[in-house]
Design a protein around this ligand. Structure first.
Ligand SMILES: [Fe+2]
Ligand SMILES: [Fe+2]
Length: 227
């Protein structure tokens, strides 16, 4: 079922290579992602801008990713319990055996899930404060069947999130919104570093993280969105 190869450390670049012919239809609640994908955007708050996305557009872009992240962890942790992660001989045993961090792992994932839920709530509230309409959570199809595949995909999604915030932040105009976005960006990087360790990757792979454009992230995210 999974499209991911455990040995492929560049997989986050490959998740978007599914069938995107019906991207717009699939995005559904994430449709705002596409509203500023080109130039001369139709802003989410109703006015046309030739200068790029408005802060509300960018916040809805971030909210689309945060909905995806929160749903990813929420649904997985409803499906898996602590024994799946830490029990000897469990599917997660292969993932978390020494030298990987093993104990307390399930709780770390619960904390990451809660962070994503807080990101969703704060960004949605900010969009409303700015007079915009927050996008709704979409329907997702995450390609994992066991804890090992779930953790691999978690690392991929968090690294995508880091690159997405880095790509969008320079376009934010309101300094308060920028400050909030940067404080979320660094938390996503901490999530990514923690999860990289589980994948036996360096938590800090390079001196500079990759930056992805909204178009690139939209294409990757749409691979997980059913409608
Ligand atoms: Fe997040
Ligand atoms: Fe995250």
């Amino acid at each position: 079922m999974t499209d991911f190869d455990d040995t492929d450390t560049t997989q986050e670049n490959g998740t978007g290579r599914r069938d995107f012919l019906s991207t717009a239809a699939k995005l559904g609640g994430g449709a705002a992602l596409l509203s500023f994908a080109g130039t001369g955007v139709a802003a989410a708050d109703g006015h046309e801008s030739d200068d790029g996305p408005t802060d509300v557009d960018i916040l809805n872009y971030a909210l689309t990713l945060e909905h995806l992240e929160y749903a990813f962890y929420r649904d997985a942790l409803e499906h898996f319990d602590e024994r799946h992660f830490e029990g000897v001989g469990s599917p997660g045993d292969r993932v978390f055996n020494s030298p990987r961090p093993r104990y307390g792992t399930y709780q770390r994932f619960e904390e990451i899930r809660d962070h994503e839920g807080e990101h969703v709530d704060v960004i949605a509230a900010t969009i409303e404060d700015l007079g915009g309409t927050p996008v709704e959570e979409a329907e997702y199809d995450f390609p994992y069947e066991n804890v090992a595949e779930f953790v691999t995909l978690a690392a991929t999604i968090e690294n995508i999130g880091v690159s997405a915030y880095a790509g969008a932040a320079p376009m934010i105009q309101n300094s308060d919104v920028l400050s909030a976005a940067l404080s979320i960006h660094s938390v996503e990087a901490r999530h990514a570093g923690y999860l990289n360790l589980h994948e036996l990757r360096l938590p800090y792979p390079d001196a500079f993280d990759p930056v992805r454009t909204m178009d690139e992230v939209t294409e990757i995210a749409s691979g997980f969105i059913v409608e």
